[in-house]
Design a protein around this ligand. Structure first.
Ligand SMILES: NC(=O)c1ccc[n+]([C@@H]2O[C@H](COP(=O)([O-])OP(=O)(O)OC[C@H]3O[C@@H](n4cnc5c(N)ncnc54)[C@H](O)[C@@H]3O)[C@@H](O)[C@H]2O)c1
Ligand SMILES: O=C(O)CC[C@@H](O)C(=O)O
Length: 524
């Protein structure tokens, strides 16, 4: 008999298969109210209210699986779950339509002042001149992040006669054409959009994406919406733009800190807000609850789950053999993803030597997971990487050969984008570790870890010296440095590692050195 704790409110209809199952007992109460029986539960189901911390997981030694009925797993300490050997699953698409519809409702409400007019009529006013609105028809909507939700918004906007402009650095031309949207740079979107809505995960890159630097580039009278995650639109930075009338309206379903208490933005008449209601429909709640209930039952029954966000599903013996290559592949995927920022259509992977005899499909998934991690909202691992790549229109293939190109084992990954191809080679040397031994046909040898920068430059006297001097002037210590070139005076590369990450302004200064072609920061 398995015991399952449902700690947040969830659709009873969605949970029905679980409630009806014979071999499980379902307890519906908050984890904080189940202190004396926490140790007895094998599964924990949550939405966003329960904070699944290391401490809580530590008190649940029988726990095998945590299920998030929704997309974002910000409330779950994933590392702690993994550390405790607990599988975490989510329901990535059950609330997509509801969130897209909510965003659309917020957009029309914002442009037609519906929340304000409703309050006014209920206060016995009949003020028709105060609430003159703006049509959506013919306007340009800028969508930042064209994933599941962004795509559904684009489709709905097109039906309203709205021009859709998209900024998503990972959007391929093929996918943009399929959805009939125009791809733009962030600056183009900021300059041209009448309305901007954000649908990215909250990451290092997207935190404050719409903020002090980008807001001056927007049109006067712009409307902004955030129904994704608090912080993508910088809550403090918008204030002067609301004060001076540059922003015509702002709609928020999410906040940096939820619930917001005495939040300064809430005093503005042209700011409308909802309490994180994107996924709050009967249908979405039914979908996400049904999806996780089914998956938890499958998992407890010893079957494979398809939406796991943390753990691989291999036997211990197989996993031990492939572990060094699986770790190397994940880093290689991450390195190429950060080196080549353009949209990617295809990833081809070649295995040579001893690694070719192992379970390469799992290593491939690990590499794809490493590649996707900097680019998507959901946590990607070996279990869901293939599915997410397919969703994003990225194909991948493996080639296996017993040939040895100078190494006992070698993995080569080539990433094909709209414009270019980027290739790296890696190997694992027993008792020495993982090494990247080739980049775009340059021979090189570095340990893929920590804070790195990759520089493409022309092989000329003084370039390396100038890089060193600028770093020294900024008191940045170079930990290791590798250089590579094909012939004297031709193309060359450098890979440098540091004890800390370099800030954006220093990277810009380095990129201004004559003969430097490009610089990429890599964080591993
Ligand atoms: N308000 C709610 O109740 C609610 C409900 C569901 C999801 N969400 C949130 O909505 C957001 C989108 O969810 P989704 O399911 O569409 O995710 P998704 O992973 O399908 O899409 C995210 C998109 O963002 C793009 N992206 C990543 N980094 C970017 C960057 N720096 N600049 C521009 N684009 C970038 C990715 O390429 C991807 O296409 C997430 O933050 C999710 O947590 C909110
Ligand atoms: O559970 C909710 O209502 C919030 C869901 C949403 O933010 C998500 O990430 O899926």
């Amino acid at each position: 008999m398995y015991r399952i704790l449902v700690s947040d409110s969830m659709s009873a209809d969605g949970l029905q298969p679980m409630l009806a199952a014979e071999n499980v007992e379902v307890v519906q109460k908050k984890a904080s109210e189940a202190a004396d029986e926490l140790h007895t539960f094998h599964a924990l189901l949550v939405r966003s209210a329960t904070k699944v911390t290391d401490e809580l997981i530590g008190k649940m030694p029988s726990l095998k699986i945590i299920a998030r009925a929704g997309v974002g797993i910000d409330n779950i300490d994933l590392d702690a779950a993994t550390k405790h050997g607990v599988v975490v699953i989510n329901a990535p698409d059950g609330n997509t339509i509801s969130t897209a519809e909510h965003t659309f409702a917020m957009m029309t409400s914002l442009l037609r002042h519906i929340p304000q007019a409703n309050v006014s009529v209920k206060s016995n006013e009949w003020n028709r001149t105060a609430y003159v609105g703006t049509e959506l028809y013919g306007k340009t909507l800028g969508i930042v992040g064209l994933g599941r939700i962004g795509t559904e918004i684009a489709k709905r906007a097109q039906a309203f006669g709205v021009n859709v402009l998209v900024f998503d650095p990972f959007l391929t031309r093929d996918r943009a054409a399929k959805i009939s949207v125009k791809s733009a740079s962030l600056d183009e979107l900021l300059e041209q959009a009448d309305i901007i809505t954000v649908h990215t995960p909250l990451t290092k890159e997207t935190r404050g994406l719409i903020g002090a630097k980008s807001l001056p580039k927007t049109k006067k009278g712009v409307y902004l919406l955030n129904c994704a995650r608090g912080g993508i639109i910088d809550e403090e930075a918008v204030i002067p733009f609301l004060e001076n009338g540059h922003i015509a309206g702002l709609a928020l379903d999410v906040f940096e800190i939820e619930p917001p208490v005495n939040h300064p933005l809430l005093k503005y008449d042209n700011v409308i807000a909802t309490p994180h209601l994107g996924a709050s429909t009967k249908e979405a709640q039914l979908n996400v609850a049904a999806q996780v209930a089914q998956d938890v039952l499958h998992f407890l029954d010893g079957k494979m789950v398809t939406t796991s966000v943390n753990l691989p599903t291999l036997t211990k013996e197989v996993f031990e053999k492939i572990q060094p290559f699986y770790k190397l592949a994940k880093k290689m995927g991450n390195v190429v993803s950060q080196c080549m920022k353009e949209p990617v259509n295809d990833i081809s992977i070649k295995y040579e030597g001893s690694v070719a005899e192992l379970e390469t499909s799992f290593i491939t998934k690990s590499l794809i997971a490493g590649f996707l991690t900097p680019r998507v909202a959901s946590n990607v691992n070996e279990v869901n990487a293939g599915m997410i790549a397919k969703e994003r229109g990225i194909s991948f293939s493996e080639k296996i050969t017993s040939n040895q190109s100078g190494y006992a084992n070698c993995i080569t990954v080539a990433i094909h984008g709209d414009q270019t191809t980027f290739e790296i080679k890696g190997t694992h040397i027993p008792h020495y570790g993982e090494r990247i031994v080739g980049i775009n046909s340059f021979n090189i040898d570095f340990y893929p870890s920590g804070h790195l920068i990759y520089i493409q430059h022309t092989d000329k006297p003084g370039v390396i010296g100038r890089v060193g001097r600028i770093l020294g002037d900024h008191e940045v210590n170079i930990a290791t440095m590798q250089v590579g070139r094909k012939n004297a005076g031709g193309e060359a590369i450098m890979m440098l590692s540091f004890d800390r990450s370099l800030d954006e302004s220093l990277l810009t200064t380095l990129s201004e050195i004559d003969d430097i072609v490009s610089i990429r920061a890599i964080e591993l």
